[in-house]
Design a protein. Structure first.
Length: 68
């Protein structure tokens, strides 16, 4: 049985603001209330964006250890 084709909705690139038909997820935003959202970039911009830091590396060490 053939798999159905994967369809991807066009998204706006977070860096160059161009509409891209090949969006790449570069970050996920988590919120305290309501659903979070994904941040997209075009393939060219995704290659040069810095990696998203781990939230635990942003906290002072005692807080990061308590949260794990
Ligand atoms: Zn872009």
């Amino acid at each position: 049985m053939d798999e159905p084709p994967v369809t991807v909705s066009p998204r706006v690139c977070v860096r160059c603001t161009a509409l891209t038909a090949i969006p790449v997820v570069v970050s996920e935003v988590h919120q305290n209330s309501g659903p979070g959202f994904s941040v997209y970039a075009c393939p060219d911009c995704a290659a040069v964006l810095p990696p998203t830091p781990d939230v635990f590396t942003l906290l002072p060490a005692p807080l990061a250890q308590a949260a794990r």
